[in-house]
Design a protein around this ligand. Structure first.
Ligand SMILES: Nc1ncnc2c1ncn2[C@@H]1O[C@H](COP(=O)(O)OP(=O)(O)OP(=O)(O)O)[C@@H](O)[C@H]1O
Ligand SMILES: [Mg+2]
Length: 370
């Protein structure tokens, strides 16, 4: 490449990055545009960006170019089974591998991809490993020039910048969440508990209740109920990340991720997930499967999706609960709070000895009635 070409690639990259950053707030499509820019600047044909989603504790595809998004959505994996990503992130450089891809990526992809050379760009900032971008020229061998490699590395940093902004926002969200829990506990204690304590004193007295005292008790209990309701209306759960995927797609992807879970799906005919309930349904599903993997050795994990009496129902039931796995986690309780805010419930608990059930029931709006 001539000096002039290199220079134009350099300024081009800068232009592209400035343009990308100008639209970073435009939300959806940002990572797709970034992948498209990477393909253009580094003369590759296909690129897919994967980020680690802290909430789901999974690697998720967030953007691509030149790849069928449906195909990418099926991709799953962990850093442990993807050495190319480990090297890219540990050494903070774009890694190119040619030939034996099985050494570098999970065997399930190495075999079917028909790719000779694959590149992996780190998405990391300040020592935090956020994800990677895979790219290739649609098969065939190639070598990147220094400028192409540099453009890719820089776009990796751009992706990292955008991802860290998102993470910072959700961490602030989490800090606020903790604060609002403390406020809630204090509120319930100061208002509701105090009122009820007053009522219990009156009711517990030896003397008979005067009409006046009875009325005061009723008023106090009603006020306490009002306070409780108001306290519970606050948003307490962190917002769920919307990956744009549907429950069905998420089920396939999670099924591949937890490959040792014997998943059975019973999806009742004609039942669709109302769009506004998708993120919650997906996060309950993810939590239920994570739990089945973590707290049980199941021989069956049944996922049941149904519609009954104006409600949407998602149920996950697994057997093989490990004895003594009583934990004090937050996963299900958070899901329950999130469901409450949507007027629904999450019930969970042991069933028939060694089974465990999680059931999400949500009211469905008129418009989404089918
Ligand atoms: N599928 C399951 N099989 C057996 N026990 C379960 C299952 N799901 C949940 N539990 C029990 O319920 C407890 C609470 O689950 P929850 O998801 O709220 O917390 P966690 O998984 O322990 O931690 P966290 O979700 O916060 O990482 C678990 O610790 C476990 O004892
Ligand atoms: Mg859990």
């Amino acid at each position: 490449m001539s000096h002039r070409q290199a220079l134009s690639l350099g300024t081009d990259a800068l232009d592209v990055i400035v343009e990308l950053l100008a639209q970073v707030d435009a939300g959806s499509g940002f990572y797709d545009r970034l992948c498209a820019a990477l393909c253009r600047l580094a003369s590759v044909e296909r690129a897919g960006l994967m980020l680690y989603d802290d909430a789901r504790r999974l690697v998720v595809p967030v953007g691509s170019h030149g790849i069928d998004p449906g195909l990418l959505a099926e991709v799953y994996g962990t850093l442990e089974e993807t050495p190319i990503a480990q090297v890219a992130l540990a050494e903070d450089r774009v890694v190119e591998v040619t030939g034996d891809l099985e050494e570098w990526i999970p065997a399930r992809y190495a075999r079917f991809s028909g790719v000779d050379t694959l590149t992996c760009t780190p998405v990391s900032a300040g020592g935090r490993w956020l994800g990677v971008i895979f790219a290739d020229r649609g098969g065939g061998r190639f070598e990147l020039t220094d400028d192409e490699r540099h453009a890719m590395w820089t776009l990796g940093k751009t992706a990292a910048l955008a991802a860290s902004v998102q993470i910072a926002t959700s961490q602030q969200g989490r800090a606020r969440l903790l604060q609002s829990r403390i406020d809630l506990a204090r509120d319930i204690h100061e208002r509701v508990v105090q009122r009820l304590f007053g009522v219990s004193l009156v009711l517990g007295s030896d003397k008979g209740l005067s009409d006046d005292a009875r009325q005061r008790c009723i008023n106090e209990i009603q006020a306490a109920l009002g306070d409780l309701r108001a306290a519970l209306e606050r948003p307490l759960a962190p917002p769920t990340i919307d990956t744009g995927a549907t429950l069905r797609e998420e089920l396939t992807r999670l099924g591949r991720h937890y490959k040792d879970l014997p998943l059975e799906l019973h999806w009742e005919d004609g039942v669709e997930v109302p769009e506004e309930l998708e993120p919650l349904a997906q996060s309950v599903l993810a939590e239920a499967l994570r739990n089945a993997d973590k707290h049980a050795h199941p021989t069956s994990v049944r996922v049941h999706v149904a519609r009954t009496d104006g409600t949407f129902v998602l149920e996950v039931r697994n057997d093989g609960v490990l004895p003594g796995s009583r934990g004090t986690g937050m996963g299900l309780r958070l899901a329950a709070v999130e469901a409450l805010q949507r007027g629904g419930v999450v019930e969970f608990g042991p069933e028939d000895g060694s089974a465990w059930r999680v059931r999400l029931v949500l009211p469905v709006g008129e418009d989404s009635e089918r």
